[in-house]
Design a protein around this ligand. Structure first.
Ligand SMILES: Cc1ncc(COP(=O)(O)O)c(C=O)c1O
Length: 404
């Protein structure tokens, strides 16, 4: 028998797949091994900071498990969950039906399914910059090309529509819109939503609306893109992970808008969904409870987020050389530090980690230019913890900028 001793190589496409948010955790583990406590402000998981899903969602999952609902479920998802998602989407002004809904393993799987259904090799996908890294990673995996359109910190992180327009070519297929936005916390005005839909219409693009933060805006629920024009070719995606505080359940959905122009994509999506059997079954029983049951936890959650957003913006903006646009939704801010010439954002973030134990993610992990000094903060920690983290952040940054 021949002996093979060489390592088995990974496929080339994995070289193009990177996910900075989790990759940087390896660095943090080194710091922890060296005996320093790490304060993780890098990952958007409310449960890690003491929040928990509303009890009636937990009850629904437990009931389903105890009632024996532990087998495979239909690959599109259980009917009551699909009806609830469809009703909710229609109540928000969109047009769809339960047959056009798929329950997925989080928004993440929805992103993978839709892009896989829509993007051929060398096709282009417009994604916002700074970008949520899963989009660029999946596009790379598919052999497509991300076209990153700028969003502008000088204009509340709204999309730069002229830049977006300048990127479109005949190979552009999809426009991704993340509103409210991770990593910037921006909430776009209705006129921006309409301009994005017009642009997509002009160029025959599929609009992929990442609505996962729609219920986390401090001023109240954000209108869905699909509601601005129910005939627009919009696929909306969301989950129980953020507003319903259950990210570990990996339970989400995608909603294919009512226009028949989306029918070929719907057929492809169903085919691919069949291939992966189904998303986790018992958790799907929480979807109707989430969308039709008591949502009062959202009031407390949004109030907590608004306070933490204010503390974050005020404390960081008070540091000489640091700027921070006030987030309007979710639990992220994307401040910047004016780095000395030649310095990269990752150097700053790693020095911060090693000297203070504070872990944030460098802006270049979201596609920003490394010299621009952006970094993302997750501000889910309680106000007292945030305040002490920002004390240490301020001392470190002031010293870093002086010595550099
Ligand atoms: C913009 C955006 N889309 C999708 C996701 C993935 O969410 P899920 O847990 O539903 O897969 C996240 C998670 O942070 C996100 O920020």
């Amino acid at each position: 028998m021949p002996m093979h001793t060489s390592a088995l190589s990974a496929a080339a496409r994995t070289e193009r797949f990177s996910y900075a948010i989790r990759n940087i955790v390896a660095e943090a583990q080194q710091v922890e091994l060296a005996g320093r406590k790490v304060r993780y402000l890098n990952i958007g998981d409310p449960v890690a900071f003491g929040f928990q899903p509303p009890p009636h969602l937990i009850d629904a999952v437990e009931r389903a498990m105890r009632a024996g609902m532990n087998g495979y479920v239909p690959s599109q998802g259980i009917l009551e969950g699909r009806v609830a998602v469809s009703d909710d989407y229609r109540a928000r002004g969109g047009r769809t039906s339960p047959e056009r809904v798929l329950l997925t393993t989080g928004t993440s799987e929805a992103i993978d399914l839709v892009l896989s259904a829509a993007v051929d090799e060398d096709d282009e996908v417009l994604v916002p910059l700074p970008s949520y890294p899963l989009y660029t990673a999946v596009i790379a995996k598919l052999g497509g090309r991300p076209l990153c359109y700028r969003t502008d910190p000088e204009d509340n992180w709204f999309p730069d529509l002229d830049h977006l327009r300048s990127l479109v070519t005949p190979r552009t297929r999809v426009l991704v819109v993340i509103n409210p936005n991770n990593p910037t916390g921006a909430v776009y005005p209705e006129r921006t939503g309409r301009a994005l839909l017009d642009l997509a219409e002009q160029h025959g693009l599929l609009v992929l609306a990442d609505d996962v933060y729609a219920d986390t805006a401090y001023e109240g629920t954000v209108p869905l893109l699909g509601a601005l024009d129910p005939d627009a070719p919009v696929i909306s995606m969301s989950s129980l992970s953020k507003a319903y505080l259950a990210p570990g359940w990996r339970t989400g959905w995608l909603v294919v808008g009512g226009t028949p122009r989306l029918d070929p994509l719907l057929t492809a999506l169903r085919k691919m969904a069949d291939g992966r059997l189904c998303s986790p079954g018992p958790m799907q029983y929480a979807v109707r409870e989430a969308l039709e049951g008591d949502r009062s936890h959202l009031v407390a959650f949004r109030t907590a987020l608004a306070e933490r957003a204010r503390i974050t913006t005020e404390r960081l903006s008070a540091i000489p050389g640091v700027r921070c646009v006030m987030p309007r939704a979710a639990f992220y801010a994307m401040p910047s530090v004016s780095l000395p010439p030649g310095r990269r954002d990752e150097e700053f973030v790693l020095a911060l980690l090693r000297e203070t134990g504070i872990l944030v993610v460098h802006g270049s992990g979201f596609g920003m230019p490394a010299h621009a000094g952006f970094f993302r903060v997750v501000f889910l920690a309680d106000p007292a913890t945030l305040s002490s983290v920002y004390d240490d952040f301020a001392s470190f940054t002031t010293a870093y900028l002086q010595r550099s």
